[in-house]
Write a protein that binds this ligand. Sequence first.
Ligand SMILES: [Zn+2]
Length: 274
Amino acid sequence: MGVYHADALVIRSREYGESDRLLTLFSREYGKIQAIAKGVRKPKSRQRAGAQLFTYAEYLIHKGKTLDTINQVSPKESFPHLWTDLDMSMAATAMAELLDLATIPGQPHPELFTLIFSSLFLVETCDPALVQSAYTLKLMTQLGYRPRFMECAECGQKIQGERHLFSPESGGVVCRTCQTQAGTSIIGRWVSGGSLGLMRQLLKGDLEKISRLRWNEWMKKEILDTLQFFCEQTLDRQLKSWSMGIRLVNVGQNPSGKDDLNHERSVVDRTGEN
Ligand SMILES: [Zn+2]
C-alpha cells in the first residue's frame, strides 16, 4: 500500500527545503516517525496547523524510500495553553526534546506516548517544572534507566545523611564507603536530602497526584539541574532547551527561525549560569 494512518503528536518541527517542514511525530502505535509536510510554509497551505509543534492529529502518511511524506492531516488537539504561558511552554519543549533524543524511529513505546500526552495537559493545572521532573524520571525508568535513590547504586547499602553523591554512571546515589573505595573518582553531583526525597516521590507516585507535592525555588533548580545531568550523561546527548530555556513561536510567525523554537536567554534564564 505504501500509505498508513497515525494518530501522532508533533514533537519537533523544522524548516526543510523551500517551503516544507520536517516533522518528528510520536505516535502510540509506531513510536517516533519522521515525515515531510510539503508546502506548509506557504501562506495558503491547509496543512499548516498540522505542522505546528505539539499538534496532535491524525496523519495520513505516504511511505517513502528515505523519508515519509504527509498526505493529509486532521488536527485533534493543539494544547493552546502551551502557547500562552512561558513556564508551560518551556516544560513542554523540554519534555518533547527529551523524548526525541531518547528514542529512535520505528520502535513503538505506547507508554511513552501516554506519558507525554498526559503531561502536556497536566502542565496547565500543576507546576510545569514539577510535571517535567516527574515525566523525566518516568521516561528514563521506562527506557530501563530507573535511578537508585533509596540505596547505594554500587553496594546496595541504605543511604543516610544530608548530602548525597548522585552518579549517572553508577545509576544512582553512591554511599560514602563506595566513594572512598573507588579506585578512580566517581563523576557525580551533590544532591540534598530534601531534593532526593522529592525525586523519590516523583519517581514512585502517580503523575496525577503530583499537585500535592511542594518545593521551593532552590530545590526546583537543584532537581532540574540533577535530572538534566542524569539524562545527558546517560543518553550521551545534550538537552539544548533545558540549558537555555526556549520560547515557542508559532509556525506562521517565524520568518527567520529554523525550528519552532526561538532562543531567548534573557527572558527565560533559569539557571543564572548562561
Ligand atoms: Zn556503596
